[in-house]
Write a new protein. Structure first.
Length: 634
């Protein structure tokens, strides 16, 4: 398998470009230009990567890059290259590296400007990763120069037994003059090629071939800037894959081969599982063991391109009390199997991508879940705050490869929207003196509860109240948060209840007329804020599936009535719905608000509907309310 497919990502250090085994990682600074005038900071003149596989499974990754910074920002981001690799089974060799001026002068990179250090995950968890980063700092770089580098990474074996692959996705905001990826394999090895979009040119032209060499080539000179709120590039950008297999199940079987020793039961594991389950069986045992692991096994993040996919033994993870998602998945599976609940690891990516790669590349995955077939249940062994039936948002709706005896590619469940994720009931009492008493009860479910619990669990007393009050004021509220109470704060499988009491002074000037902003729930507009400016988009848009309801009861001062009420809104679209209703009953004004967004990715065709919803939800929270005395002469 390729040591680091060329997929673009934003996981880079400031002022650097990171080549992970030959893969170019797109600068996050370029994505930030979404709403600024288009400016190309650098261009790729040549991007060539060739993987040559030997009969024994070892392979060599040869990379040739020529990059031209065009601005000082481009110089800053491209003049240092970082090459990531797993030092326990790979070695990097820099063949050539120099800066070339427009006049043809060459400034070689001195040996002192090439240095190696441990990767961040290897520093934090050396027992899980032997990742290294080789940094190359180009000398005397100015806009218009070209940066040349050729290097190889030799791997003693593939990441997964019997599987090799190479893939790349082109960032639309970086011009590419010439790009090529090549996979060479022994003559008897069958190769498979696939692509997303039509930008890549395949040679040979057929998709299934016995050729020992397959390549894709392309150029991409037209630049566009993905706006804020776009999904991962692998969701829509030009993507090419060459692989020695066209079945994801082959990846699952290869992973099974690596992981089998780590999942072996030991007396220590059996004893721990029996103790944790406390006599429970079935789903009750799953809950007990999963929640124990959440509380007692610390999680760290690992880059599997730098660490490989072989998990440590479950018994060693239990002893250390710390692991990455792969290690923790192996431990959870082993503990569950010890109480006769079948569980298997499942590979997925946490990037905002919602369909599989067009071809098979194991490095499309970077995270591990646990799948329990008997209950069709996915669990994240690294999530501290997820309930048994609710995945974290970053795990939901993603392509996932289930391993074990019955491997298959499927999709993790989307958030359950049968009930509101956030349901808020607010009683507001407005006095003639302009003071408002706010009594609110909020019920949060699913990922909406996890977000709050991550801030609540572990916090106590004055520190907790200080954080909550800061959040109260940061939302623009005036006055004082008097009290707050929680329901099911530590019970992850139950909805989280939050009850608050606040007093808001100085919002209104008493008199015959009182003006105020309509007391609607501002949280309704937050999921759609990124989509208010653009009426149309040329790339798909990413939203968070959501279902929120808000019911506000405003007790008006005696003798006052609204001069008018805004019109009710009911909008049903292909991408979701928004509604807000106003009703006056005596001195009580009722405001009912609802937003439902069931999808993750909105196509360019349906984007105008999303824009309309965004405008409606934004305008509703700015509606004014004018209160008038019925008999001002009195």
């Amino acid at each position: 398998m390729n040591s680091g497919s060329l997929y673009m990502t934003r996981q880079i250090l400031p002022k650097t470009v990171l080549f992970t085994a030959g893969c170019i990682l797109m600068s996050s600074a370029n994505l930030a230009l979404a709403r600024e005038p288009a400016q190309v900071n650098y261009q790729i003149l040549l991007l060539r990567q060739e993987i040559s596989v030997q009969k024994n499974g070892a392979f060599t990754d040869s990379i040739d890059r020529v990059i031209q910074p065009l601005t000082m920002a481009g110089v800053q981001s491209q003049s240092q290259i970082q090459i990531g690799y797993p030092a326990n089974f790979a070695q990097v060799h820099i063949l050539d590296a120099y800066t070339e001026t427009p006049s043809g002068s060459k400034h070689p990179v001195p040996a002192s400007a090439i240095y190696t250090q441990s990767s961040p995950d290897a520093l934090s968890a050396p027992f899980l990763s032997d990742g290294r980063i080789q940094s190359v700092v180009f000398p005397a770089v100015a806009p218009g120069d070209t940066l040349h580098i050729r290097y190889t990474i030799h791997y003693d074996h593939g990441y997964l037994p019997g599987i090799h692959a190479i893939s790349t996705v082109l960032a639309p905001n970086v011009p590419v003059k010439q790009a090529e990826i090549i996979l060479r394999a022994p003559a008897a090895q069958k190769l498979y090629a696939a692509q997303q979009g039509s930008a890549w040119q395949l040679a040979p032209t057929q998709k299934d071939m016995h050729s020992s060499r397959v390549s894709f080539s392309t150029s991409l000179t037209k630049v566009s800037y993905p706006p804020l709120g776009s999904p991962a590039l692998t969701q829509y950008a030009p993507l090419a894959v060459i692989s020695t297999t066209n079945h994801w199940s082959a990846v699952a079987r290869a992973y099974n081969q690596l992981a089998a020793p780590a999942l072996k039961a030991t007396p220590e594991l059996q004893k721990a599982a029996t103790h944790i389950a406390g006599g429970a069986t079935g789903m009750d045992a799953v809950k007990a063991i999963y929640h124990w692991l959440q509380k007692n096994i610390h999680s760290v993040s690992i880059n599997y391109a730098n660490a490989g996919f072989t998990p440590p033994a479950a018994s060693s993870t239990l002893q250390r009390g710390v692991g990455d998602s792969n290690a923790n998945a192996a431990l959870l599976c082993a503990l569950l199997r010890a109480v006769h609940v079948e569980a298997v690891p499942a590979l997925m990516s946490t990037s905002a991508r919602f369909h599989p790669y067009p071809g098979v590349d194991p490095l499309a995955f970077g995270h591990f879940l646990v799948y329990i077939p008997a209950y069709d249940l996915f669990l994240d062994p690294t999530s501290r705050y997820a309930g048994i039936h609710s995945l974290p948002l970053e795990d939901a709706g993603r392509p996932v490869l289930i391993t074990g005896k019955n491997p298959r590619m499927t999709q993790t469940p989307a958030p359950d929207l049968s009930l509101p994720l956030i349901a808020k009931h607010t009683l507001l009492t407005l006095s003639k003196a302009g003071q408002m008493i706010d009594q609110s009860t909020e019920i949060r479910r699913g990922y909406a509860a996890q977000d709050i619990r991550s801030a609540l669990i572990g916090s106590q007393g004055r520190l907790l109240m200080k954080g909550l009050r800061n959040g109260f004021y940061e939302q623009g509220d005036l006055g004082k948060l008097e009290s707050i109470a929680f329901q099911n704060r530590d019970h992850l499988d139950q909805p989280l209840g939050i009850k608050t009491h606040a007093i808001k002074d100085g919002l209104f000037i008493p008199g015959p007329r009182m003006a105020m902003i309509m007391p609607t729930d501002t949280a309704m507009a937050k999921p759609l804020q990124a989509f208010t400016a653009d009426a149309e988009r040329s790339t798909p848009s990413l939203i968070h599936p959501s279902y929120m309801e808000s019911h506000i009861t405003l007790q008006l001062p005696r003798g006052y009535h609204p001069a008018y009420l805004p019109k009710n809104v009911d909008m049903q679209t292909a991408v979701g719905s928004y509604a807000i209703h106003y009703a006056l009953q005596g001195q009580i004004l009722h405001i009912d608000q609802r937003l439902k967004l069931p999808e993750f990715v909105i196509s360019t065709k349906d984007y105008p509907d999303l824009h309309r919803l965004a405008l409606l939800s934004s305008s509703s929270i700015r509606e004014g309310l004018l209160l008038v005395k019925k008999n001002p002469a009195r």
